[in-house]
Write a protein that binds this ligand. Structure first.
Ligand code: ANZ
Length: 843
């Protein structure tokens, strides 16, 4: 039979027998929930998919063999821009493109032999699914976690839609690469910042279970800064203005004050300024609005700004600080204004030097920090080394801000304190005087979830004529998307749904008042923030997910996917999980107990992609070599987390290995089920070593090593058969069955066929791995001589690989040795593992 015949035979068998369905509530086996990040239906499956879903399949199959009830479902993240853009190009419905691609990918997964539970398929673009996004939105709204505000947002002029911060990469739209601009719009947000501390602190639980790099990326993204809010009075303004500072210790060193040009405060202050200032400000503001945050914060571009001819009053010493508008201060971080301390902050120093503003040092970074008596460093001859004085290091001269530790100077009663103590002390004083308070700030922004596009979940809100907002009643969900009949989906800056007259015009059911539906749709990251729960009860029309099932299955034991989702998707899923926990719907706070990031499949050093024209097509590989050869080739190509160059993927090599294994299975003549005693001892040892080693290899995701070991065992079987022991040797059957059962993880079709050739009923996928026989694991032993005072007093049989420490301990515990040592003092022990232990003694 050809590889393709074998493939179809077993794929049909699995489908007909529901071999890989997860067990129900009455299944008492321990459970494992294994999930690969669900695919976007972008077209055919590609090598990235082949890799990702191979790994999750290996893990899922492994746990079945270890006696677990395994859930390994598949669904599609099927809303989003590519479908919509394809639809616009063709003048077609995004639904057509989407569901056609899904069917194609489904067929691809079946042809690849992935052991999904096909009874739980979900598509986020089905009303039965997105109805629960709307439910989630209403719950968030009830809890004050969904709100609308007008603020500057990232705007992609090409896709004509807003982007979340996470979707802006190096100032460009993540999807189309167009330069992103800022635009002030009213949008819906999820208040993720309220969960910032928990999102940060709970990362500690995941240490060791998630790649360290991903944890670090999440921490940086949340970016917690600790410091103080300080209130500054502004001349001619009633209300004080608050600034956030991580260095309240440096308050005495503030010499000017800066507001973001695009903050409301700047416009307000400029409004009362002389005409000429107002015009200069207006011009500067317009320029600023065209800049990205990254440009604004860049350290190597010259500082610019406009003096507003207004003054703030330093709350600690009453000094008048000129107020400037400058683009290096961002409107949406902290309070959009800063107290500038040029001596100790590089950005402020660059600005001060550009505009000739004073620089006042308040932390002496040359002062020794410990001990009352300064330790003066000396050279080898005891001559004091002249260290730089504060004067030498003055930032106004060097252009380098003093950011290190030191002692406070020029700061009233803070003088003499270390920077650390001064921060604490200053906060205490500010609090006591009602001029400020301890504060935290996050780089994390609230999650902007509204999009001005068609192909997404409609936001279930109504707008009344008087500007009121009324949530759609839960019983009226889903708010389904209208037909595209007569709609122009092309990007216009407002949602195409707004033009669907009969859809958008409605009434508030309770009052009959006319209202308009919210025309925006949700960011697709909302869909993927909780989908893992929907797999637990995918067809329920009563709830988003069954709480009891969630108790049984969740959180996910192994989550597998690309590192490109290290921030966005994982952070949002973690956030929504915590919200569901607070709602009492789940009993855990982290959705993914362990995370595996696979590397990319590359070709000639570059990521495979359609646009680069360096694609190796999944379907072509499947046709040429078969699913198992592709699976073995990928698994063998390198460690899971490494990028794999296609040049290192040998599907032909894999094919040869699989044929060798299969041929052996056909040769075995001993009967099935006779038990495994006797036979070739060397081969038995090899088999049991692998039985002992393999579970660890899989749990540590060393799939490539497992393939190598299976290749070695197949070679060993061949050798045993050919060396005269013959195909009837019981050790040959034992080894071949072990190969079949383990090979199921990687080459399941071949494994089923081998299992059948060996005289067993299918499915090999449900056979338990046998435990290794400890008697067959004992290492080779050698004889050690134990000498005491130069005479051999005992000999010991020890493992050949024993360590020196173990050998010494073993010698000391031997009765003969203890007797010979009685009354003697041990001066020295010389151990040369594994041969000699020598006790030098006195008396
Ligand atoms: C005075 C000061 C003195 C500061 C000093 C630093 C050093 P991170 O760590 O990123 O949180 N800042 C506050 N709001 C800002 C905004 N909207 N745009 C730009 N910069 C802003 O940075 C916090 C520091 O960044 C704050 O502490 C403030 O400058 C500045 F020796 O206050 B600092």
């Amino acid at each position: 039979m050809s590889a393709h015949d074998i493939q179809s035979k077993w794929q049909q068998y699995w489908a007909e027998n529901d071999t890989f369905l997860a067990g129900g509530a009455d299944d008492n086996r321990p459970r494992k929930y294994v999930l690969a990040m669900f695919p976007y239906p972008s077209g055919d499956l590609h090598m990235g998919h082949a890799e990702n879903y191979l790994y999750s399949d290996i893990v899922a199959r492994f746990w079945r063999h270890r006696g677990h009830n395994v859930l390994n479902p598949i669904g599609w993240d099927s809303f989003g821009l590519p479908a919509e853009n394809a639809a616009i190009r063709r003048g077609a419905d995004p639904r057509e493109w989407t569901y056609k691609n899904i069917e194609q990918q489904k067929a691809g997964f079946r042809a690849y032999g992935v052991s999904f539970d096909w009874s739980r398929v979900l598509h986020t673009s089905d009303p039965e699914y997105y109805r629960w996004n709307q439910w989630l939105f209403l719950k968030m709204y009830e809890r004050g976690l969904a709100y609308r505000k007008k603020s500057p947002v990232n705007w992609c002029p090409n896709d004509q839609t807003v982007l979340a911060n996470e979707q802006v990469v190096d100032g460009r739209c993540e999807r189309c690469g167009a330069e992103v601009v800022k635009k002030k719009l009213t949008q819906w947000y999820f208040r993720i910042t309220e969960y910032a501390d928990r999102l940060l602190d709970d990362l500690n639980q995941l240490e060791g279970f998630w790649p360290h790099k991903v944890l670090q990326m999440q921490r940086n993204w949340i970016g917690r800064s600790i410091g103080a809010d300080v209130d500054f009075r502004i001349e001619g303004r009633d209300e004080p203005v608050t600034v956030f500072s991580t260095r309240p210790d440096t308050l005495h060193g503030a010499t000017f004050f800066v507001v973001a040009p695009d903050a409301d405060l700047a416009a307000e202050l400029a409004a009362d300024a002389p005409d000429e200032v107002r015009m200069r400000f207006q011009e500067y503001l317009e320029k600023t609005q065209k800049e990205t945050d990254i440009e604004r914060q860049s350290t190597d571009r010259p500082k610019t700004g406009v003096f507003l001819e207004r003054y703030a009053i330093n709350p600690v010493n009453g000094e008048r600080l000129p107020i400037w508008a400058a683009d290096y201060v961002l409107a949406d971080y902290g309070h959009g204004a800063v107290m500038a301390v040029p001596a100790h902050d590089q950005r402020d120093l660059d600005f001060a030097r550009a505009f000739d503003l004073p620089v006042k040092v308040v932390v002496d970074t040359t002062a020794p920090l410990t001990g009352a008596v300064p330790v003066i460093p000396t050279d080898e001859d005891g001559v004091p080394i002249v260290t730089e004085t504060l004067d030498d290091q003055h930032p106004a001269r060097t252009g380098i801000a003093l950011t290190g530790e030191g002692r406070m100077i020029n700061s009233g009663d803070l003088d003499g304190l270390s920077k650390r103590n001064a921060i604490a002390r200053q906060i205490e004083k500010l609090e006591k005087d009602g001029l400020g308070r301890a504060a935290k700030n996050y780089r994390l922004r609230d999650w902007l979830i509204s999009r001005q596009r068609f192909w997404g979940t409609p936001i279930p809100m109504l707008h009344t004529e008087d500007g009121g907002i009324v949530p759609v009643a839960e019983e009226q969900l889903p708010v389904t998307l209208p037909s595209i009949e007569g709609l122009d989906l092309s990007p216009k800056g407002t949602s195409p749904l707004g033009a669907a007259e009969s859809w958008v015009r409605t009434v508030v059911p309770s009052t009959g008042e006319p209202a308009l539906r919210d025309p925006d749709t949700m960011d697709t990251f909302v869909d993927s923030s909780w989908y893992y729960l929907r797999f637990l009860s995918p067809n329920s029309s009563e709830f988003a997910f069954d709480e009891d099932e969630a108790k049984r299955w969740a959180p996910i034991d192994s989550y597998i996917g690309g590192v490109e989702h290290a921030i966005l998707h994982l952070l949002y899923a973690r956030f929504i999980t915590k919200v569901l926990f607070d709602m009492g719907l789940v009993d855990f706070t982290e959705p993914f107990s362990s995370l595996i990031n696979q590397g990319m499949v590359i070709l000639d050093g570059a990521k495979m992609s359609k646009s680069k024209g360096n694609l190796v097509l999944f379907q072509e590989e499947l046709d040429a070599h078969g699913a198992d050869a592709l699976r073995v080739g990928l698994a063998f190509a390198g460690p899971v987390e490494d990028d794999k160059d296609w040049a290192d993927v040998s599907t032909t090599g894999a094919q040869k290995f699989l044929s060798r294994a299969m041929r052996i299975a056909g040769e075995v003549t001993s009967e099935a089920g006779i038990g495994f005693d006797g036979g070739d001892a060397v081969l038995r040892r090899a088999t049991h070593h692998l039985l002992a080693e393999a579970p660890g290899l899989v749990e540590q995701t060393k799939f490539n090593v497992l393939v190598a070991r299976l290749m070695e065992l197949v070679n060993a079987i061949r050798k045993t058969i050919d060396s005269g022991a013959g195909a009837g040797d019981p050790a040959v059957r034992e080894a071949t069955e072990t190969v079949a059962v383990m090979l199921d993880l990687i080459a399941p079709h071949t494994a089923e066929e081998m299992w059948e050739l060996l005289g067993h009923e299918p499915s090999v996928g449900l056979v338990q791995w046998q435990p290794a026989d400890p008697a067959l694991l004992v290492e080779d032993t050698v004889t050690t001589a134990v000498q005491i005072g130069g005479k051999v007093r005992a000999t010991l049989e020890v493992p050949a690989k024993i360590s020196e420490a173990e050998l010494e301990a073993l010698a000391r515990s031997d009765e003969r040795v203890q007797r010979a040592l009685e009354g003697k003092e041990i001066i020295r022990v010389i151990v040369r593992a594994p041969k000699i232990v020598n006790f030098a003694v006195k008396g």
